[in-house]
Design a protein. Structure first.
Length: 89
């Protein structure tokens, strides 16, 4: 008897994979925006308008979206493991 949860094949995408990818992209956009908006503080130039600082919030949004994708993937794996356990008895 195997005690491991069966995993999906590597060429198939799991339920939360799309959210994790989208969250990573949004996070990277926010990270680049953060670097761009902080640069004038070190260069001694005029700061960007407040809208530029609002784009920096995408970093947190991307983190939350990726976290939701991870939780969705966990839930799907638990459902799959439960179905295997119920079917195996």
């Amino acid at each position: 008897m195997r005690s491991e949860t069966p995993s999906a094949r590597s060429d198939e995408s799991a339920p939360g994979d799309g959210l994790v990818r989208a969250g990573a992209i949004v996070f990277l956009i926010g990270a680049v925006a953060t670097l761009v908006t902080v640069a004038p503080l070190f260069l001694g130039t005029d700061p960007f308008p407040p809208v530029a600082y609002a784009v920096c919030m995408l970093m947190g949004v991307g983190f939350l979206v990726a976290g939701a994708g991870v939780l969705r993937s966990i839930a799907a794996q638990r459902r799959q493991a439960k179905a295997v356990a119920v079917g195996g008895d």
